[in-house]
Write a protein that binds this ligand. Sequence first.
Ligand code: F6P
Length: 568
Amino acid sequence: MAPTALICDTQPWKDLKAHVEEIKKTHLRELLTDTERCKQMLLEFDGITLDYSRQQATLGTLNKLQKLAEAAHLKDKIERMFKGEHINSTENRSVLHVALRAPRDAVVKSDGKNVVPDVWKVLDQIKDFSDKVRNGSWVGATGKPLTNVISVGIGGSFLGPLFVHTALQTDPEASKQAKGRQLRFLANVDPIDVARNITGLNPETTLVVVVSKTFTTAETMLNARTLRTWISKELGPSAVAKHMVAVSTNLMLVEKFGIDPKNAFAFWDWVGGRYSVCSAVGVMPLSLQYGFSVVEKFLNGAWSVDNHFSSAPFEKNLPVLLGLLSVWNVSFLGYPARAILPYSQALEKFAPHIQQVSMESNGKGVSIDGVPLPLETGEIDFGEPGTNGQHSFYQLIHQGRVIPCDFIGVIKSQQPVYLEGEIVNNHDELMSNFFAQPDALAYGKTHEQLLKENVPDHLIPHKTFTGNRPSISLLLSSLDAYKIGQLLAIYEHRVAVQGFIWGINSFDQWGVELGKSLATQVRKQLHASRTKKAPVQGFNSSTTTLLNKYLQESLDVPATPSTLLPKV
Ligand code: F6P
């Protein structure tokens, strides 16, 4: 295919560049007085309300962004994704995480084949297996029920499942289903993470799920070998068959590792790691903890947004609008970061998950055709739940740098608390902040206001808030499994929209490879130095000095150690 023109060379991009000057003359204080604009910047879909009136944008800006979408062939790119075309061109793969949440009777094709029956075959296997573990008909080697699960995996094989697990933990229906059960996640190769995970657990009642798309990731495989040792040391090597299962696309390596292929749950190369929470990667550990029926609701929620994304007109399409506005903020207004601020402690692991989804997807330096980009793509995502963030980094957001914010609020708390005699209930207290912060950022506080408040002259500059700081507000009717699925899919598709506009491949991740190969060189050196006293060589002087120091000061590490596991 002929290389596509860079988006920054198109007329709509140039028009938006020129439009920035106009927008810079406005202030959110004035933009928010236009009720008609505000009405038009409100969108409702299936229990979700998006208010984007606090974006530094006019209705004219939105028009221009729609033209940009046309120039980027956004509609066509979305369709190609849903049709299973190999849009991940550098890996020659389709991108079909939407098929993971499709109902049984849907048709989603990859390479001409409907993949939905394969998806449901694995979902049925997971349901069957997790039911058996949960009802005690699958027991451990000593006959005890397996009430604890450690999910071993990193990156996409960890962050999505952790986010959903954390969000479900306090949901009344899910927590009832999880009674007497524990789910933990071992991600970091740091032995401290092993110690944290096994502390207080008995291998007799523990099931380990090794989750790795490739089954080659160094961290995950060492952690899996560590837990295999933990189990076999206590219960004998034959216990592994009852206490370890796997989730992977590489079933050959699963078998080689020593896990019975009957206990391996498959997914496919058309599922990117960071988009895999709806595959066995998330469904397996989450079903063990909460039961399949709860997880199915999560999948249904994601599918509701998939349908909306593929069919709603762009002016009423949540992920499309969010994606376009992100491009506007990053590429035109020059705001490279974005804060994700859920006013729900249940969503505390949402920002870490979206960091990977967004930054691994869109942190690219070349176009999909390999042409170096004269524009920066991706955004720097970070976040914390409100109100904790308010007492931490909001100072910078209010008076320092401009960072577009995503405020995410929930109408009905998972866990309401009312106290007699208090002015408001506890959730209303939380939500008072959710409603106040976007206006504080948008309006700020002027010199005149401070004068009226008799603020001493020397403090006026310090107490002034310039305002005009953009945000969106996303209000969810509740936070159950269905809503969590919707939220996930909105952000996944928003990231895809951004990548489609920038003209990059949002579905590969070559940028993580270099660090991995350099670590291999260091690993070899450490082995040679520890076992044969080999001198450190082949590194620059800085790394050589640091490695020598590390080796010198850890001479007590045995060269050929016998197995030692953490004792906490
Ligand atoms: O190093 C990054 C990465 O490749 C991610 O994209 C992926 O989610 C993670 O590693 C884990 O990979 P795997 O599931 O193959 O172990």
